[in-house]
Design a protein around this ligand. Structure first.
Ligand code: PLP
Length: 454
């Protein structure tokens, strides 16, 4: 058996997070890869590369599966929120809102995108461990629910909110739950920069009760990202129900219980995450049980999927350029993007899967390393990967790039960001235009005295 290699057929069309490629992917009679009814090599020729491609069917299916599963397995009200830091754009915000999702945001930029994309303020939750006065004011004015993360938030809101229009608040605390994921994306353990320490929760709840400008309606915890086990979320339901009970005793009327996001996705063949329905079922039953044991009314259940909604809906098309063979060691194929459009491999050593869009079948495989074009030796997208023999000019699709690629992208080396298109039923629409080198100069200011006169 060879190592990691190219395209594999989809398995679970109801849970896009369990397939490497978008669920509408198919290989046509001439053995070319089609997504959303569009031939990827044609998209690359029309829109240029690198190109982010979103499959509308995968995105809508993931949304529908979350909503249907909540309706099926949770007897109370529910509202899933899209964690928009995974990929924030007008088109995606509008799409998830049309599917009945609310949204969570962590900056004024994400709030603005969501509001302009048509998400209602009352369906938005605002997070962050260091929100500024202006950000809080913007959220407050737009009727967004603010997640109190620390005392700094409380001090700023004292200035902003009034008795006439109390701020709608959720309280975030660290539940003290460990899960197996990358250190940088773990948030539930006690040594985390996010949320109140569990030992402080009681006094904060008591403090909030004394303010007439504060209306605490929810509790929040988020334990991490790319999680494949379900046990941490079962434990979390218990911890949150305890806190719900405490808040009730102190006199708060809490209606929302928000268990955060974190469901993992399939990046490579070995990954085997739970399905969206399994995850929702486990979380729902755990909340029902935990509330039952404590004689609590069922809260409105909120969850905040990011990655599991968008990652496998997206892929990136690159064009292969230079080839360098280091005899007996490695063959480098360089593509026209890299760490500026996908910083995950260099940041988290993340693994991806890829295939040649016009030679998707696993024939005549050769071991190659796909390198980006940036001035860092670590700018490698796929190391020791198997692809059919290919040449300069071929197009490569890297799967699972819909989450935390565009949103973490940069202009390192002053490389413009790719365009984004959304595909479905044979149609393609541009949702983000490609940046141009001139766009990168727009915010530069050159003081007169620096201009060389000759
Ligand atoms: C990152 C984050 C999420 C989303 O996590 P995913 O793993 O992408 O589902 C949800 N809630 C909060 C508070 C987060 O920080």
């Amino acid at each position: 058996m060879l190592g990691p290699k190219a395209y594999e057929p989809n398995r679970d069309i109801y849970s896009p997070n369990r397939n490497i490629a978008p669920i509408s992917s198919e290989i046509n009679e001439s053995e070319k890869l089609i997504v959303g009814g569009c031939q990827l090599s044609e998209l690359a020729k029309t829109y240029g590369t690198p190109l982010y491609v979103f499959d509308e069917l995968s995105l809508r299916t993931a949304c529908k599966t979350y909503i249907d599963s909540l309706n099926k397995h949770y007897p109370g009200d529910s509202l899933p929120l899209y964690a928009s830091k995974a990929n924030s754009s007008l088109a995606i915000c509008a799409l998830i809102a049309s599917e009945g999702f609310g949204l969570d945001a962590v900056s004024e930029g994400e709030l603005l995108t969501a509001l302009k994309g048509g998400v209602k303020g009352e369906n938005i939750v605002f997070h962050g461990n260091n929100k500024s006065h202006d950000e809080l004011n913007f959220a407050y004015k737009n009727n967004v629910t603010i997640v109190i993360d620390n005392h700094h938030d409380i001090e700023l809101l004292k200035i902003i909110a009034s008795e006439k229009k109390p701020a709608k608040l959720m309280l975030r605390f660290t539940p003290g739950i460990e899960c197996h994921t990358h250190e940088y994306i773990r948030t539930g353990h006690l040594d985390s920069k996010f949320g109140f320490d569990p030992d402080d929760v009681k006094s904060v709840l008591e403090e909030l009760k004394t303010y007439d400008w504060a209306k605490l309606t929810g509790l929040h915890a988020h334990i991490g990202s790319q999680i494949f086990e379900v046990q941490p979320h079962i434990d979390l339901a218990g911890v949150m129900a305890d806190t719900l009970k405490l808040a009730k005793e102190i006199g708060h009327s809490i209606v929302d219980l928000n268990l955060g996001g974190g469901l993992g996705i399939k990046y490579v063949q070995e990954d085997n995450p739970p399905s969206i329905e399994e995850w929702v079922e486990v979380v729902s039953k755990a909340v029902v049980k935990a509330c039952g044991e404590r004689n609590l009314d069922l809260p409105r259940l909120m969850c905040e999927p990011g990655r599991s909604l968008v990652a496998n809906s997206g892929l990136t098309i690159y064009q292969i350029g230079a080839k360098k063979v280091v005899p007996g060691i490695r063959t480098y194929l360089s593509v026209d993007g890299g760490m500026s459009d996908n910083p995950r491999p260099i940041t988290y050593q993340s693994l991806y899967s890829a295939c040649l869009v016009d030679k998707p079948l696993n024939l005549n495989l050769e071991k190659v390393t796909i390198a980006g074009k940036h001035c860092e030796s670590g700018d490698v997208l796929l190391k020791d990967f198997y692809l059919p023999s290919c040449e300069s000019g071929d197009f490569l699709a890297v799967f699972g790039t819909g989450a935390y690629n565009y949103s973490m992208s940069s202009n390192y080396n002053r490389i413009p960001r790719p365009a984004t298109v959304i595909v479905g039923e044979g149609c393609v629409e541009l949702t983000q235009r490609r940046e141009l080198p001139e766009d990168l100069l727009q915010l530069d200011v050159l003081p007169d005295r620096f201009i060389t006169k000759n």
